[in-house]
Ligand binder design. Structure first.
Ligand SMILES: NC(=O)c1ccc[n+]([C@@H]2O[C@H](COP(=O)([O-])OP(=O)(O)OC[C@H]3O[C@@H](n4cnc5c(N)ncnc54)[C@H](OP(=O)(O)O)[C@@H]3O)[C@@H](O)[C@H]2O)c1
Length: 256
């Protein structure tokens, strides 16, 4: 039976960079994203440029039904998952009072329920294929409490907590769980524009997704628990651990 790495949200941004890097390392891939996102073209590109098998699933993973459907389709095609990368995510958009209800619910579903459920569905695969690994894509926002990132940061903090607990629980099966907490990356057009307007220090912390993906996968395969890509971001995390909370709250009160 062929073994695969399953990557959600692989059509663009960080997920696409992770997919290309995994392909470059010779892994067979199952890639998933919303319909009409260029995923089929990416699948063709990966198949023709790397000597790997690729399965492409265009589906909305915000529902439990579709997560189950994905699992059933993967099994129907006789594939087994060795590594899962829960990357699909709905990014932050603005002030809580302005967020549409449906947006908030979808954000919680995609960022929290979907990675949790996919981990559960494929658990027997990970056991059978051990040593095997799960990489959950959280964010540096999981450590900070910022305006305009309320629901987003909350969902990412869940992933951090969930991953750390689960890592202890399933180590006995030869399965490791890593969490990557990227800082800013130049992925979507909106983020690229937003990142250009940042002050000098913050701008130096922004990574291209290809660079973040390379560092992330290297550390994931060394089974590191929490991965913070980029030197400047590691310095930010160190400062966070030494600066008193009252000062941090002042610094972040109006951050956008
Ligand atoms: N960019 C940053 O600065 C940054 C920083 C820290 C953490 N992160 C995290 O990194 C991950 C990727 O972020 P990104 O910036 O690369 O975002 P992105 O460019 O918006 O990509 C998100 C991916 O998730 C997919 N997706 C979203 N909703 C989905 C759904 N309902 N069903 C299936 N797939 C869905 C998207 O598919 P479509 O293309 O079809 O929409 C896309 O492939 C996210 O988890 C994000 O929270 C990003």
């Amino acid at each position: 039976m062929k073994l695969y790495t399953l990557i959600t949200g692989a059509s663009t941004g960080f997920g696409k960079s992770l997919a290309i890097e995994c392909a470059n390392q010779g892994m067979n891939l199952i890639i998933v994203a919303l319909p009409n996102s260029g995923l089929i073209e990416l699948g063709e590109f990966l198949k023709s440029n790397f000597n790997i098998k690729v399965m492409v699933f265009e589906m909305d993973l915000s529902s439990k039904k579709n997560c189950n459907l994905l699992y059933d389709e993967v099994k129907k095609r006789g594939a087994s998952v060795k590594h899962l990368i829960n990357n699909a995510g709905v990014l932050s958009r603005g002030y809580f009072e302005d967020l549409p209800e449906d947006y908030v619910v979808t954000q919680i579903n995609v960022n929290v329920a979907t990675p949790t459920l996919l981990t559960k569905l494929f658990l027997e695969d990970f056991k059978a294929n051990a040593p095997s690994g799960i990489l959950n894509v959280s964010s540096m926002a999981s450590f900070f409490h910022l305006p305009k990132k309320q629901v987003y940061s909350g969902t990412k903090a869940y992933l951090l907590s969930f991953s750390k607990s689960l890592r202890k629980e399933i180590k006995k099966y030869g399965i490791w769980v890593s969490i990557v907490c990227p800082g800013g990356m130049n992925t979507t057009t909106a983020l690229c524009l937003q990142n250009r307007r940042l002050g000098w220090l913050s701008r130096t912390s922004i990574l291209d997704p290809e660079v973040a993906a390379k560092e992330t996968l290297k550390k994931f395969f060394s089974k590191k628990e929490v991965i913070i890509p980029g030197a400047v971001n590691k310095i930010f995390m160190f400062l966070d651990s030494v600066i008193p909370t009252a000062i941090k709250n002042k610094l972040t009160a109006n951050a956008v």
